[in-house]
Design a protein. Structure first.
Length: 114
């Protein structure tokens, strides 16, 4: 089964999650999502795999969140469009294993999908 991580090497939790996987002998495909942003369709698929609403995948404390006029009441489509246009708003890391996904906060949370 394919193992992928949406990774930001500057993020402590992202680095810890990647190390956790590698320490278990796994070699995930690393997608540096800030360099190769996910499309709206990919974000929708991630949310479905995570079983979460769009707001749960957003970094709401990022200044950009409020600068864009986003709120916790914004529609999922508005939030997904914002994440696709501004990937730094995406909470990280996200790990995908087959058709399942987990948010690595805390890093150990990804173990449930392996």
């Amino acid at each position: 089964m394919k193992l992928t991580i949406w990774h930001n090497p500057r993020c402590t939790k992202s680095r810890q999650t990647l190390a956790l996987l590698e320490d278990r002998g796994m070699t995930p495909e690393i997608r540096r999502y800030l360099d190769v942003p996910p499309s709206g369709a990919e974000i929708r698929a991630a949310l479905k795999a995570l079983g979460l609403p769009a707001i749960a995948l957003l970094r709401t404390k990022e200044a950009l969140f409020s600068e864009l006029g986003l709120t916790t009441d914004s529609s999922d489509e508005t939030l997904i469009a914002a994440m696709a246009a501004h990937p730094r708003l995406i909470e990280r890391p996200v790990v995908f294993h087959g058709d399942r996904a987990a948010l690595g906060r805390p890093p150990e949370a990804v173990l449930a999908i392996l």
